[in-house]
Design a protein around this ligand. Structure first.
Ligand SMILES: Nc1nc2c(ncn2[C@@H]2O[C@H](COP(=O)(O)OP(=O)(O)OP(=O)(O)O)[C@@H](O)[C@H]2O)c(=O)[nH]1
Ligand SMILES: [Mg+2]
Ligand SMILES: [Zn+2]
Length: 293
């Protein structure tokens, strides 16, 4: 039968097969191959007795996320807080660009609306074509729109430390009990509490969710260059045909640029997003310069 690896622990692979969780060893011949199962892998298993089993084979992977190492991911849910910690929008945009390059759907969840309301953030990301949810987990309820977006998906939660990723997993999956950290009053950062990667199974939604440790920096993917960067900002794509220099326009001061002359003044692109774009453009240009030196 086929199941999904949800956790690696002490040399065992925990495999979800329907409602059952099997504790498995990998078949000897599998271990001799270079490939060992990853969290997220679909695997062929043989059940033994008492919740034990053997992993016989790994089915082909649709994709592999490297950090954290998870196979067969379908979407990234970027979690940010309205306050405590202050939302780092450039970091949100970095994660969205990285997700887009991997072909993953991006969702943005702004948590902690009990502390601060910034309604403009919704429009800013919706214009860019992303699903956006605003909510607060303090009421111990996961926003229903977020539940709808998780349904049937394998989602990786990503974002700064202290924004509420583990709190979300704990509400989604009360039995899993991931560590939830206190936000330090001094730095407004959560303590880095989440370390290993694990898929939490939500049977009611046929969904899997992975928590990840918070981070505050993320390198841009190497596939980016100054000419393809705008393709990963969905709201800028339409400019390509309209800029005077077409696909050669970097949307940064060129004459007849549709981004600066049309989309920005019309409000079709948010200034904050364009600021992220310019910051990434600068970074990518530096990389290009170093590469061709
Ligand atoms: N005010 C408020 N606090 C929240 C909300 N959601 C979570 N918190 C608190 O924020 C703190 C950090 O939450 P965590 O879930 O540990 O954050 P995390 O994103 O998992 O952090 P790392 O594991 O460090 O990456 C905890 O004290 C939570 O109780 C919310 O909606 N409002
Ligand atoms: Mg956490
Ligand atoms: Zn342009």
């Amino acid at each position: 039968m086929v199941g999904r690896v949800v956790r690696l622990l002490a040399g065992y692979y925990f495999v979800q097969v329907g409602p059952a969780l099997l504790r498995c060893r990998a078949r000897g011949k599998l271990r001799l191959h270079v490939d060992t199962p990853y969290v997220g892998d679909m695997v062929e298993v043989t059940a033994l007795n008492e919740g034990e089993g053997v992993v016989e084979a790994i089915l082909p992977r649709r994709n592999v996320l490297e950090r954290p190492l998870v196979a067969n991911v379908s979407q990234v849910v970027v979690v940010a807080a309205m306050a405590s910690p202050e939302p780092n929008l450039i970091l949100v945009d970095r994660v969205l660009v990285a997700a887009k390059i991997l072909g993953l759907r991006g969702v943005v969840f702004f948590n902690k609306t009990d502390l601060c309301q910034r309604g403009e953030l919704r429009g800013m990301y919706e214009k860019a074509g992303y699903s956006v949810i605003l909510g607060s987990l303090t009421c111990a309820k996961v926003p229903s729109e977020l539940l709808d977006l998780l349904r049937g998906q394998t989602s990786v939660l990503a974002g700064q430390s202290g924004v509420g990723k583990s709190s979300l997993v704990r509400l989604l999956c009360p039995r899993s009990n991931p560590p939830v950290g206190e936000v330090s009053a001094k730095t407004h950062h959560g303590r880095h509490t989440t370390r290993h990667v694990e898929l939490h199974y939500l049977p009611d939604y046929e969904a899997f969710v992975a928590d990840t440790p918070g981070f505050s920096r993320l390198d841009l993917p190497e596939e980016l260059n100054s000419l393809n960067l705008a393709e990963y900002f969905p709201e800028m794509r339409s400019a390509r045909e309209r800029c005077r220099f077409g696909g050669d326009c970097r949307h940064n001061g060129e004459p007849g640029c549709e981004v600066q002359g049309g989309l920005l003044p019309k409000g079709a692109i948010a200034w904050e997003r364009y600021k992220s774009y310019l910051a990434f453009l600068e970074e990518v240009r530096l990389q290009e310069r170093n590469r061709y030196k």
